[in-house]
Design a binder for this molecule. Structure first.
Ligand SMILES: [Fe+2]
Ligand SMILES: [Fe+2]
Length: 249
């Protein structure tokens, strides 16, 4: 396979901010942020709600903001953009990938820190093995990240406002030959009924999604239903979680 040189026990994803935690020395906070290491590139996906928590958790998890090659922001909600300026201040001239519909104010504020804004409309490969789904329609436009690994595609969502199943279907269209190893992040199912959530889980299984890791705004019921249906292929994700290729094979 194209990326057979990846080490199975090397971390590919570390969750930096989340409503949940998996370690006592990192803080929980409403929002989401995770670090992706793939093909020698280091990418931060979203920045949580608060730069203080983001910086604290990054330090605990051994992540240096100056080491980032790219920042991707899923959508313009406070619990995903809260730590942006802390990152941009620590890493001037960083490439920042945002949905094209981001407000002009926000874009020009980021440019003050030297940020090189990449505006996303359509699906594309941004770095080797790292894709955006493109700007998908929801209560506001949102992009999800696709990480191509030797274990399959990892789909990372911020809030999944366009719909978690529709994001999975989009991922499958972009990388049709690859299995979906893991779908992780916010699934935004707080207001959905148990029946609706169970139908979504059935759609996940139809698409052969191997592992699920619902966190952030997924809701406790969705976490429990996914855990029940996915068994040991459900990952209780939270700030401090580290995912290796071995975990998702
Ligand atoms: Fe959110
Ligand atoms: Fe959101």
């Amino acid at each position: 396979m194209h990326n057979g040189r990846q080490h199975k026990n090397g971390s590919i994803i570390k969750v930096i901010c989340d409503n949940y935690t998996t370690r006592e020395d990192v803080e929980a906070s409403w929002g989401f942020s995770c670090l992706i290491r793939n093909h020698g590139q280091t990418i931060l996906f979203d920045t949580g709600s608060d730069g203080v928590v983001l910086e604290h958790n990054m330090a605990r998890l051994g992540v240096d903001p100056a080491s980032l090659d790219l920042l991707m922001i899923s959508h313009q909600h406070w619990d995903h953009t809260g730590g942006i300026y802390d990152i941009l201040n620590a890493n001037r001239n960083l490439r920042v990938c945002v949905p094209r519909s981001f407000s002009a104010h926000f874009k020009s504020d980021m440019k003050r820190y030297g940020a090189q804004i990449m505006e996303v409309k359509k699906a594309r490969e941004i770095l080797p093995g790292f894709f955006t789904t493109g700007e998908l329609e929801g209560i506001l436009p949102e992009q999800a990240a696709l990480v191509r690994t030797s274990a399959g595609t990892v789909v990372i969502t911020g809030c999944a406002h366009p719909g978690i199943v529709s994001i999975v279907e989009t991922a499958k269209k972009i990388l049709p030959k690859d299995d979906i190893a893991l779908v992780m992040g916010g699934f935004h199912l707080l207001d959905d009924s148990d029946d609706d959530i169970l139908q979504m889980i059935a759609r996940f299984k139809d698409k052969d999604v191997r592992y699920a890791a619902a966190s952030h705004c997924s809701g406790e019921r969705a976490r429990n239903l996914f855990a029940r249906e996915y068994g040991d292929h459900f990952i209780y994700l939270g700030a401090g979680s580290v995912i290796t290729l071995e975990d998702i094979e």
